[in-house]
Write a protein that binds this ligand. Structure first.
Ligand code: TXA
Ligand code: MG
Length: 339
């Protein structure tokens, strides 16, 4: 567990990052902070190293990983071709929370891409991640550093809770900024297709490149997702989570659950937290600034497990800008239970 937060001086930072990079070059896995969530990294060119990521997380092997690089120069060894539109997205949004899918080269380990002929790539916007990638001097495959199915980690403690004893180490850089995973967009098939809403909004992307396609499964549960990872239940707390469109119904739903003897929870924001009576009331940011809700969402979901809530009612959020990503994660966490 290597701290790289503000309490240490520059020299201590760089020693810790160097040590983490050394483990990656030795074929081991380490967790590191990015601007979105913590990643669990291994050398993307080495099959045996990448396999350890899947083992540590308990991740299904048909779910491909994102390759993290420090500079666009590294694209050469990873992809066959960079379409002009992909180049435009990179120039504008990298470093940042946008993952771009392109046709892959042979050098990428097979398990990184789960056998697909494409690879997902991004340059993270976090000084510790960039320094680690530079020191390791290889592309680093990294999914979120949580146990498969659990909310993604937004602090070193979350990673420690899920993965202690299963990985070589954790670079602890404190709380992450965006708090939700990167946006995933496929640029290998002509008009870009959005697979996962995230830190870069659809509105931002369309303002730059015009209209894009959106995976139909993001709008209707009848459709099978185009990206392998989007079919899995995710982010789920242990208790039953139900999203409630009309938040005025929440007090009576809480009262009913209480009468049935359940330990109740409610996910709200500081705007409305006074309106409820429940065993566990978690306030997640403010409706005045949805970025604060994104930032605190996963930590909030983890709190319900710590407090052993059995049934949780959550407010919903407007499906625009970062609200689209927030609602996508909440819907997955609730397994589609919306009333
Ligand atoms: O913000 C993030 O993206 C974080 C940080 C660590 O960078 N990483 C992350 O990775 O969220 P992960 O593995 O939890 O999510 C990767 C997503 C999955 O839904 C996966 O199915 C999709 O990207 N994906 C990766 N490669 C793909 C490919 N070649 N084709 C389609 N989908 C792909
Ligand atoms: Mg993940």
């Amino acid at each position: 567990f290597w701290a790289v937060d503000n309490f240490l001086n520059e020299r201590q930072h760089s020693e810790h990052i160097k040590e983490a990079a050394m483990w990656i070059t030795k074929g081991e896995v380490v967790a590191f902070p990015t601007e979105t969530v913590y990643g669990l990294g291994a050398n993307a060119l080495e099959e045996t190293a990448v396999k350890k990521i899947f083992e540590a997380k308990g991740r299904p092997s048909d779910n491909p990983l994102i390759v993290h690089i420090a500079s666009v120069k590294q694209l050469d060894e990873l992809v066959t071709d960079i379409p002009p539109l992909a180049k435009k997205l990179m120039d504008h949004f990298w470093p940042g929370p946008l993952t771009i899918i392109l046709k892959k080269k042979e050098s990428v380990a097979t398990s990184v891409t789960a056998g697909l002929d494409t690879v997902a790539i991004r340059i993270p916007d976090h000084p510790v991640a960039i320094e680690l990638l530079k020191q390791a001097n290889v592309p680093v495959a990294a999914p979120s550093a949580n146990l498969s199915g659990k909310p993604s980690p937004t602090s070193g403690e979350h990673v420690f809770h899920d993965l202690k004893g299963r990985i070589a180490g954790i670079l602890d850089g404190g709380q992450t900024g965006v708090g939700l995973e990167s946006t995933v967009i496929d640029c290998s098939k002509g008009i870009p297709i959005l697979y996962r809403p995230g830190g870069v909004t659809i509105e931002d992307i369309e303002a730059l490149v015009g209209e894009i396609k959106v995976d139909p499964s993001l709008k209707s549960t009848d459709e099978a997702p185009l990206s392998p990872g989007m079919k899995y239940t995710h982010y789920a707390p242990n208790g039953t989570l139900i999203l409630v469109r009309d938040r005025k119904q929440i007090p009576s739903l809480l009262a009913e659950a209480k009468a049935e003897g359940k330990r109740t929870g409610v996910l709200t924001t500081k705007d409305n937290q006074g309106s409820y009576t429940a065993d566990v009331i978690v306030s997640c940011g403010s409706r005045q600034d949805l970025a604060t809700v994104a930032n605190q969402l996963y930590e909030s979901l983890r709190t319900f497990d710590e407090e052993k809530a059995e049934i949780i009612f959550s407010e919903t959020f407007p499906a625009e800008n970062i609200g689209i990503a927030i609602m996508n994660r909440l819907e997955k966490a609730a397994g589609g239970k919306v009333i």
